[in-house]
Design a protein around this ligand. Structure first.
Ligand code: HEM
Ligand SMILES: *[C@@H]1O[C@H](CO)[C@@H](O)[C@H](O)[C@H]1NC(C)=O
Ligand SMILES: *[C@@H]1O[C@H](CO)[C@@H](O)[C@H](O)[C@H]1NC(C)=O
Length: 365
């Protein structure tokens, strides 16, 4: 269906390296032809999806694959079309009355396409056939589990669930990472001093011709603080997935009956004035102690809590810092001359991203 290039099994670092190197090359070409102007919205999506898809399905797309680009843009658009403040969630009958206005027609069409796509990925892996002996990626591992538990009627390892997982990954995994990267570029553009301090730290640890690794990044306290501050102030997932209380439960003297729907508010934690003092300010130094070390803070809860916290943490904590460090190694980002700074207000959706913005980019020698 799409022009797929099946890759060998790779370590996460080498997959990420290949993608970010391609992206840096693309940025260099683009800024040459645009006089240094780069417009950021879906810029990172293909690249990030390739990393994700390598882990999940072992496929890599050519960056200029037109069918893929179209599908991704739709997918990106779709997540933006749905929000938790969508009236349809409260009044489902509206869906039938105003399908066009509420974009439900569009959403169901994209869902159908996603469904066909996930099916084709599963078929690819089945045909390839290595999943029983030597599973290479997430789909392979899941297929193996399906095979091993085929006599267990209660097993959660079913083709239907695998398909749901792939579609969840497709919608949640790329938009959240893209939103975070977009905010990373935006905050660094708006805060040149932070940008310069990160660049100095990166340059001191990694030779210019090498892509930073996670080991390198551990030696960069201020840069790590900058990434955490991006998660905090970016608030990509301000209100995560609603959960249900599995049993009767008490919390700080409140009784929460079984089956209550619980919606947490991460935004209020990230923006709590009492705790942070200046929550609206982008200030990585809040995570640096007086010895100059980076200190994690549990009040940044971008991945959620408990048993059902985000399963994309390991991947995200590799992709985001490596991408941003590599970009800072290669480029300077600044507000376009003669324009006012872009807004940090988000474009609404289940997960947030900055509104489309343009930046001035210069290649560092
Ligand atoms: C900056 C990036 C990301 C952020 C901020 C983020 C945030 C979250 C949050 C807040 C939750 C809900 C946790 C809870 O209920 O306590 C979640 C769940 C989830 N995330 Fe992420 N996520 C990110 C990246 C990813 C990626 C890359 C993937 C795919 C590999 C992913 C897949 C999932 C899945 C499947 C769940 C549901 C887990 C479950 O219900 O057990 N996320 N994420
Ligand atoms: C939960 O609490 C309600 C009300 O107190 C009670 O009727 C019910 O039996 C309890 N359920 C369980 C599973 O403990
Ligand atoms: C990048 O920014 C630094 C610090 O502001 C500056 O010294 C350097 O000349 C800039 N490089 C380019 C290529 O714009």
């Amino acid at each position: 269906m799409y022009d797929l290039e099946v890759t060998q099994r790779h370590s996460m670092q080498s997959v990420i390296e290949a993608e970010i190197c391609d992206l840096v090359t693309e940025f260099r070409t683009e800024i040459k032809s645009s006089n240094g102007t780069l417009t950021i919205r879906t810029t990172f999506i293909l690249s990030v999806l390739n990393v994700l898809w390598c882990m999940i399905a072992g496929v890599r797309y050519a960056h200029d694959d037109p069918k893929l680009v179209k599908m991704l843009e739709k997918n990106f658009g779709m997540t933006k079309a749905q929000t938790f403040i969508d009236p349809v969630h409260s009044f489902p009958f509206l869906k039938k009355v105003f399908p066009k206005f509420l974009k439900t027609d569009y959403v169901s069409k994209v869902f159908e396409e996603s469904h066909q796509y996930s099916q084709s990925l599963i078929n690819e892996r089945k045909m390839e056939g290595a999943y029983l002996q030597e599973p290479q990626n997430y789909i392979d591992c899941f297929l193996k589990k399906i095979e091993e538990s085929k006599n267990d009627a209660k097993s959660v390892y079913t083709t239907e669930n695998l398909q749901m997982m792939i579609e969840d990954f497709m919608q949640t995994g790329s938009t959240t990472s893209v939103g975070t990267l977009n905010y990373g570029v935006l905050f660094l553009t708006l805060n040149p001093k932070v940008q310069q301090r990160c660049q100095a730290e990166i340059d001191a640890v990694v030779p210019r011709h090498l892509v930073p690794t996670l080991d390198d990044i551990e030696k960069m306290p201020y840069f790590q603080a900058t990434i955490l501050e991006t998660h905090r102030l970016g608030n990509i997932v301000p209100i995560p997935i609603p959960r249900v209380a599995p049993t009767n439960w008490t919390l700080r003297g409140y009784t929460i009956p079984k089956d209550t729907i619980i919606i947490s508010n991460h935004y209020s934690v990230h923006m709590d004035e009492e705790y942070w003092g200046d929550p609206k300010t982008f200030r990585p130094d809040r995570f640096i102690n007086d010895k100059g070390e980076f200190v994690q803070d549990k009040h940044v809860c971008q991945f959620g809590f408990g048993k059902r916290y985000c399963i994309g943490v390991t991947l995200t904590n590799s992709v985001i810092p490596i991408y941003i460090a590599t970009l800072l190694q290669n480029f300077n980002f600044s507000v376009l001359p003669g324009t006012s700074p872009p807004t940090t207000d988000p474009e609404l959706g289940v997960s947030l991203s900055p509104q489309e913005f343009s930046v001035h980019v210069t290649a560092r020698p």
